[in-house]
Design a protein around this ligand. Structure first.
Ligand code: DON
Length: 315
């Protein structure tokens, strides 16, 4: 693993932790609809980054593993784009939904084709594609996901079995979304198998340091974070993933996030957010208490502070 330290960004990360630590526990709520997430201590905050040339920095709880939840959608999309290229877009759109991440309403009028790969319906449709691709090679989509994540981090990454089970026990809306898409002929595989893949990808356990590293291909035109490994995606595909993160990565808050932060971001209800500064660095922030849109309250504040302090933005 080619990792260099220290980076010139370390003082910025330390300052952000110093500013935000007093605000821990003062707003937002931990996701409670998945029981295994409901008992996470909200008073945690971590931030890490990796520059294009392999420098890493972190502050606060940046080494603490957490449930990456919907941040995983960025990596399963990457895997599906690697495997299928443009054929993926026959089943999944590329428009912001303007609705909450687990909404069903648009699917009926749009013949079961999800608006984008980052709402739940879209990620379930991506999981279906991955199951088909894996089966064709006699493999398993869950193994493919673990292999990708471990390769990107240069260290083993695992699912949290308890979180995956908790998702399966309470994921009634996801079951409804998958069955609804299946009724339109838009899911090829057994719904239970597709959801098992989706619930497990959400239950990946990773730290801010690992996520900043895993996403590093997004600031390097698709080049693998580890020297000598084959590229993760081509330059064109990488640009497309970043643009989808900007327009759809934070659900119905995407417009506001583009306005106030101006970086491609992907969030999850575990409180993690990955952000990309193309050609410069990737960042991961984590704090479990969420705002009304399901994004990490202090995570968003941290990204605003980072952009204000460094002037880094795509605009
Ligand atoms: O589908 C769900 O409910 C979760 N496992 C993932 C949701 C999520 O992280 C959406 N993000 N903000």
């Amino acid at each position: 693993m080619s990792t260099k330290t220290p980076t010139r960004f370390q003082p910025v990360l330390d300052e952000i932790v110093a500013i935000l630590r007093p605000q821990l526990g003062q707003g937002g709520t931990v996701a409670s609809y998945i029981p295994a997430l409901a008992r996470i201590d909200a008073r945690q905050f971590g931030i890490a980054l990796r520059t294009c040339d392999g420098e890493e920095a972190g502050a606060g709880d940046f080494e603490t593993p957490f449930s990456i939840q919907s941040v995983s959608k960025l990596f399963t999309l990457t895997l599906a784009m690697q495997r299928m290229g443009d054929a993926l877009w026959e089943r999944i759109g590329r428009e912001p939904s303007g609705n909450p991440f687990n909404s069903l309403v648009q699917l009926e009028n749009e013949q079961g084709k999800p608006r984008n790969p980052f709402i739940n319906a879209g990620a379930i449709a991506v999981a279906d594609r991955l199951v088909s691709q894996a089966k064709a090679k006699g493999g398993s989509a869950k193994t493919d996901i673990l292999r990708l994540m471990s390769s990107l981090c240069g260290e083993p990454i695992a699912f949290d079995g308890e979180v995956a089970q908790s998702e399966a026990d309470t994921g009634f809306r996801n079951v409804a979304l998958a069955n609804f898409m299946k009724s339109f002929g838009k899911i090829d595989n057994d719904v239970a198998e597709v959801l098992d893949t989706y619930f497990h990808q959400c239950a990946l356990r990773m730290s801010c340091r690992q996520l900043a590293r895993a996403a590093a291909f997004l600031c390097r035109d698709g080049a693998h974070p580890i020297a000598g490994e084959p590229e993760v995606t081509g330059e064109r595909q990488t640009r497309r993933i970043n643009s989808l993160m900007l327009t759809c990565g934070t659900y119905d808050a995407a417009g506001d996030v583009a306005f106030s932060i101006g970086l491609p971001c992907k969030s999850g209800v575990g409180g993690g957010i990955v952000a990309v500064v193309p050609d410069q660095l990737t960042l991961c922030v984590w704090s479990p208490a969420l705002d009304a849109t399901g994004n990490s309250l202090l995570g968003m504040k941290a990204l605003e502070l980072f952009v204000a302090r460094t002037g880094l933005s795509v605009f």
